[in-house]
Structure formats: C-alpha cells, structure tokens
Design a protein around this ligand. Structure first.
Ligand SMILES: CC(C)(COP(=O)(O)OP(=O)(O)OC[C@H]1O[C@@H](n2cnc3c(N)ncnc32)[C@H](O)[C@@H]1OP(=O)(O)O)[C@@H](O)C(=O)NCCC(=O)NCCS
Length: 430
C-alpha cells in the first residue's frame, strides 16, 4: 500500500480550530527521537500507563517509521514539547465478507491529557483523521476503543463483537475431536515468522480482521521490553500429521496462593487454520493439570468450544463491542464486500459529517457483487451512518436494529443480503 499516507498534509480545518484555542496540531517527525520520546511519554500517560523507560521508547521508535503520528501542543505549558493530545494512524487492510479486503484507516493511540479534556480536542483530532482518510482514499476508518461511549459521536459503530470466556475446567471435560497431530512448546522467536505467516494465511477467512505486523504482531508474542505479562507467557503450536504448523496458542498461568491445584490459565491468543488445530489446542488448554479456571480473552462470538465440552454451563460468556468502523465512502465500502442474496434496495443514510449522507441504490447481482450509485428514488430502508457500520460486516442483523428502532423500512431484505456465514471478529487490540 506504500507510505503515501505519511506525506499527506495536516488537516487545515482542525489545525485552525485548535489554533483558535491556543493549541498547535502537528505531524510528528518520527526521525526526531526527542520529539518521539516526548510524544510516547504523553501517549502512555494518556492511557494511564507506566513511565516509559528509554529501552521501551527505543523499541517503540523502531515500530513507528511507517506510522502517521500527530500531536497537539500547548506552547504555554512548562513542558511544551510533550503533546497534550496524540493519535497514530496507518492504512490497514480490513477483511470484509467474501474473502476480500478493503483499505481502512486504522486509528490508534487517541489520547487527550486530563488537563485539556472536554474542550473539543479529541473531536478536532478525529475529524482531522476522517478527512485525511478520505483524502487518502480509504472508504472506512477503524479502531478499537477504551470506552464504548466515545466514538458513536463521530459516526463509528461496533461492527465486530467479541467474547471473553470463563471456563470451569473441572466441569469442562473434553468431548471434542482428538486430532492426530502434535502440540509442542516453542519460544517466541520460533514463532516470529511462521506464526505471522499463519495469521496472514487465515486473515481473509474472517471479516473484521486487519492486516498486522510490526508492533501489533510482536506484542502478541510478548516481545515488548516493558511487558510484565510477557514474562509468564508460554507458546504452543500445533503441527498436523505432515508436520505443517496449523495453529498457535499463547497463555499465562497464575497460581492461587491458597490452593496449588487451582491455577488460573489465561488464554491470550489462539490462531488456527484448521478444525484439527482448533480442537487440539483447546483440548491442550482445558486439560492442563493444576488448573481450575480458564479465561479466554477476545474470542469470536461463534466460538465452537462450548460444543466440545461435557457441560455447556461450564463456559460462561461475556460479550463486548470490539472493532468499531466508520464508513467514509458508502459506494466504495459497499462495493468492497460480497453479499448473501441478490436484489436491489435504496438505502437512505444520514451522516452529520456528510461523508456518507444521501440515498444510495444498492444493486446486488447473482454472484453477490454490488454496484452502488447515488439516487433520488424513495428509500426502501433507512439508517444512520453508524448503524450502517454496525451491519456492514454482517455481525448484527438489520432486523435486530429495526426492532431496536434504529433501522427503518425493509430490514428483512437487507438482512438477507448482509448476513455473513462467518461472524466478524478482530483478534487484536490496536
Ligand atoms: C476519550 C478522550 C480522548 C476524549 O477527549 P476530549 O478531548 O475530552 O473529547 P472532546 O472534548 O473532543 O469530546 C468529543 C465528544 O466526545 C464526547 N466524549 C468525550 N469523551 C467521552 C467519554 N469518555 N464518554 C462519552 N463521551 C465522551 C464528548 O462529550 C464530545 O461529544 P460532542 O462533541 O458530540 O458534544 C480523552 O478523555 C482521553 O484521552 N481518555 C483517556 C484515553 C482514552 O480513553 N482514549 C480513547 C482511546 S480509544
């Protein structure tokens, strides 16, 4: 995709808005290590993180060369080189239904210092990113969120949900398949290349995944110098009968000081390319000696493991919003994915940001490919741009949103078109 996103100028509208408030919106020159260090300290503080060590800053610098980083500076402060607000973006392919990807503008590290909150700084930053994404030709912006109350203000909607599972390991006897391949321990270094290759191999199978490498991959392996959890992280891989790696899992164990037979296992990552790998790695996790509870973090909503243990109620599920998207170009976004049913519908989309506002004729052929054009015709179905994001990957049914009073009109036809055989899911935070 190249690095042309680095050359786009800073958004003039937000720059002027912030200047009127005595603040300076700047693109960070990542080659300026001192400025990068100050930015990194501010970003970590924004997320209530620890003080950044020199080693941690140096490592993060190495990952940031292809990132577009912005800061908002207040020159009246005693430490003016530390920004009062931060963002980091990059173009990342987002998987959509139909084993395809669409270019997305991935936004992360949005922070505003507690000293400068609630005076429109985040709005200025995010709107700047949305306009810059449009200038870059990205039809969609993506992010994962600390709080689910923030990004609806900017037309984002939760497009992929996720689940955390809490499993009573003593009740969850394994009833699933017992594949013939082999699970074995590996260290993080041994996973660097084959693990990422596996992630890439399965990326287009699940709508909602984004392409990742660099820090996003190394973090999964526990390779960040300041990562306390990583000290406990263990990795296993599954090789099929031909010795081919088909899956990988990583976990930590935490002792119960009152009872050594009641460790907790936290399953941090599980990536599999085959059903056998999935079964073998889950069985490995659930049959671990001295473990009474397994907590699996950030798992898909259509996780099969509940159907592979003796007691359905051994698996408790907590659901959360995870991947939020913002549609910036309705025709390009809708044409990027494929559909489950043919037909023609006129969609009325309301968008205060104007990016997607209007009536759109969505025409889907027998192969599931869409053509979208603006139209003056009366709408068959209407929704906000945020709710278009919610249904876009097929994760939430338009019928459900209709019952919730959010989609109006022929939601049944829309439902038949937009559904996805694979629930959308994003396996990382970014
Ligand atoms: C969340 C955060 C970025 C907001 O920054 P801010 O500059 O105070 O936000 P703004 O003043 O620009 O507010 C923008 C809009 O979002 C709303 N908003 C801001 N923070 C909100 C929150 N935590 N919950 C609900 N709404 C919020 C505001 O009410 C405002 O709405 P409006 O413009 O429609 O009236 C900031 O509080 C922060 O850095 N928090 C800690 C880090 C974090 O959570 N970052 C988000 C990462 S995903």
């Amino acid at each position: 995709m190249g690095n042309d996103h680095l050359d786009l100028p800073i958004d003039p509208t937000s720059r002027e808005r912030l200047a009127a408030d005595g603040l300076r919106l700047e693109l960070l020159d990542v080659s300026d290590k001192q400025a990068f260090a100050a930015w990194t300290r501010a970003e970590a503080r924004g997320f209530h993180g620890p003080q950044q060590t020199d080693a941690a800053i140096e490592q993060r610098h190495g990952y940031s060369i292809d990132r577009r980083i912005t800061g908002v500076y207040d020159d009246s402060l005693p430490v003016p080189e530390e920004p009062v607000a931060t963002t980091k973006v990059w173009p990342a392919d987002l998987t959509v239904p139909g084993h395809r990807a669409v270019r997305s503008w991935a936004i992360s590290d949005v922070t505003v210092a507690p000293t400068h909150r609630r005076r429109g700084v985040a709005r200025a930053l995010i709107e700047a990113e949305l306009r810059t994404a449009q200038a870059h030709g990205a039809p969609i912006a993506t992010l994962t969120v600390s709080e689910s109350t923030i990004y609806g203000h900017f037309g984002f909607g939760p497009a992929a949900l996720a689940r955390d599972l809490t499993i009573d390991a003593r009740r969850a006897s394994w009833t699933g398949p017992r594949p013939a391949g082999r699970v074995h321990f590996v260290n993080a270094d041994q996973l660097l290349e084959p693990g990422l290759a596996l992630v890439e191999r399965v990326r287009l199978a699940t709508p909602g995944q984004i392409a990742y490498d660099g820090v996003l991959w190394d973090r999964q392996l526990g390779m960040m110098v300041d990562d306390e959890v990583a000290k406990k992280q263990r990795h296993v891989r599954y090789d099929d009968e031909n010795g081919q790696m088909q899956g990988w899992a990583s976990y930590t164990l935490t002792e119960n000081p009152d009872d050594f037979t009641q460790h907790r296992l936290d399953l941090l990552h599980l990536v599999t390319a085959t059903d056998d790998a999935y079964a073998a790695l889950w069985r490995f996790v659930l049959e671990m000696d001295l473990v009474s509870e397994v907590k699996a973090h950030l798992r898909p909503v259509d996780e099969p493991v509940r159907w592979m243990v003796s007691d359905f109620r051994a698996v408790k599920v907590a659901e959360l919003d995870h991947l939020w998207i913002r549609v910036l170009d309705v025709p390009a976004a809708l044409e990027a994915r494929t559909y489950a049913a043919s037909g023609r519908l006129v969609l009325r989309v309301t968008d205060p940001f104007e990016a997607g506002d209007g009536c759109w004729a969505l025409e889907i052929d027998d192969a599931g490919a869409a053509t979208v054009s603006p139209t003056e015709e009366p709408a068959d179905v209407s929704m906000t741009i945020a709710d278009l994001a919610v249904i876009y990957l097929g994760g939430t049914s338009p019928r459900v949103l209709q019952s919730a009073g959010r989609v109006h009109g022929d939601a049944t036809a829309l439902d038949a078109m937009f559904r996805s055989p694979v629930a959308p899911f994003l396996s990382i935070w970014f």
